[in-house]
Design a protein around this ligand. Structure first.
Ligand SMILES: [Ca+2]
Ligand SMILES: [Ca+2]
Length: 384
């Protein structure tokens, strides 16, 4: 599905559908009553039912957990979209997403940067090798499904985060510029784990020592060459995992005014260069590309949606910016005091010994006490 086709498949058409055989023109009073009833029903899903509410954590029908990000009118999924989430979509719709999402190592051979990439995924690993178009199709399917099940009100939807929303989730202060390209690396020395480089132990799945990628981070090992199960590394102060590393994440925005590529954020398991690990780094990627280190994360809107996934660069930036302390990782002590069961902790068994000490943190649906990460002075920017 290309972008134009994706736009043509906007779910709003379905919301406007009329039953076959309905009278073309209803009496005025009936129309008013129908509209009033529909509004009440839609609002009821959100206010009285299980729909997401502003500022409150929420879980959807697939077990995807969402938390609020300050200033954003959305809740962020705490995990990258998992293989099992995407599989539910493919099974329900017979959507053709190729084979890479199921077996990224095999599918990537021949056209990816690593000819020998062979890795397998469990249902709890982040889905990879999905294009922007695939990700948008997933979000639309999930929106329709959960509206039909009464989990979402008519005005709420799942979608990709905007570039600006992603910045808020990772904890960047206000950025200047109209497009992701404008904002690229404008804020230096701020990382998903906080300040300082190399990252503290357990910060995320990057190109660590021993992983076998070029450009490994000196003095840092995370125990995973390819993807790790979502939630395997330290959670950020909002309760969100893997914004830095594991897989790159599609954002809804065009990268720049040329409208040929979408913005991707956060780097992945085979990046270690300091310039690509800063939170403000963006890369352009054509929306039809499927790559073995590229996945996505969903947000769910809690108010009226601006259909940000169909907008151009710079849109969605009306969301208030975080101007306070910047990103921090929650301390292990603070996080471990929370109450999620081991069963709910998706990556509990995935981190190897070299990465496990101080690395695994449990997610929280409550506000966390931030503890700023610290590290040695920054080396020169080695981005290439
Ligand atoms: Ca790694
Ligand atoms: Ca990521």
């Amino acid at each position: 599905m290309d972008y134009e086709k994706a736009a043509a498949l906007d779910g709003s058409d379905k919301r406007k559908s009329v039953k076959p055989g309905s009278p073309v023109k209803a009496p005025r009073v009936c129309s008013v009553l129908l509209v009033f009833t529909a509004v009440l029903a839609g609002a009821g899903d959100s206010r009285n039912g299980s729909g997401p509410k502003p500022g409150e954590p929420w879980e959807n029908s697939l077990g995807m957990k969402f938390v609020p990000a300050p200033g954003a009118n959305v809740l962020f999924c705490i995990w990258e979209t998992r293989v099992q989430d995407f599989e539910a979509f493919v099974k329900a719709t017979s959507y053709n997403a190729g084979e890479g999402w199921r077996a990224p190592g095999v599918a990537s051979r021949g056209f990816n940067i690593d000819q020998d990439a062979v890795f397998s995924q469990t249902p709890l690993h982040p889905v990879t090798s999905v294009s922007w178009n695939d990700a948008v199709a997933f979000c639309r399917w999930l929106t329709e499904k959960e509206r039909a099940e009464g989990k979402l009100s008519a005005g709420q939807e799942f979608r990709l985060p905007t570039d600006a929303e992603w910045s808020q989730a990772v904890g960047l202060p206000a950025e200047s510029g109209a497009t992701p390209e404008d904002k690229d690396r404008k804020i230096e020395n701020v990382y998903p784990w906080g300040g300082g480089y190399p990252p503290p132990k357990g910060s995320g799945n990057y190109s660590g020592e021993g992983d076998g990628w070029s450009g490994a981070i000196n003095g840092y090992a995370d125990g995973a060459k390819f993807t790790a199960k979502v939630g395997s590394y330290t959670v950020n102060r909002l309760g969100i995992y893997d914004l830095g590393g594991n897989v790159w994440e599609w954002c809804s925005d065009w990268y720049n005014a040329e409208r040929e590529a979408r913005a991707i954020r956060g780097a992945s398991f085979n990046q270690g260069a300091i310039g690509r690990l800063v939170s403000s780094y963006r890369a352009p990627k054509p929306p039809g590309v499927r790559d073995f280190n590229l996945g996505f994360r969903c947000v769910v809107t809690v108010g009226a949606s601006a259909r940000a996934d169909l907008q151009g660069p710079g849109q969605g930036s009306s969301v208030a910016s975080i101007t306070s302390t910047g990103p921090s990782l929650v301390s292990r002590k603070a996080v471990m005091s929370r109450t999620w069961s081991a069963r709910e902790r998706p990556g509990a068994a995935s981190v190897r010994a070299s990465a496990s000490s101080g690395a695994i943190a449990r997610p929280s649906f409550r506000a966390a006490t931030a503890k700023k990460a610290s590290g040695p002075a920054l080396p020169a920017n080695t981005h290439s």
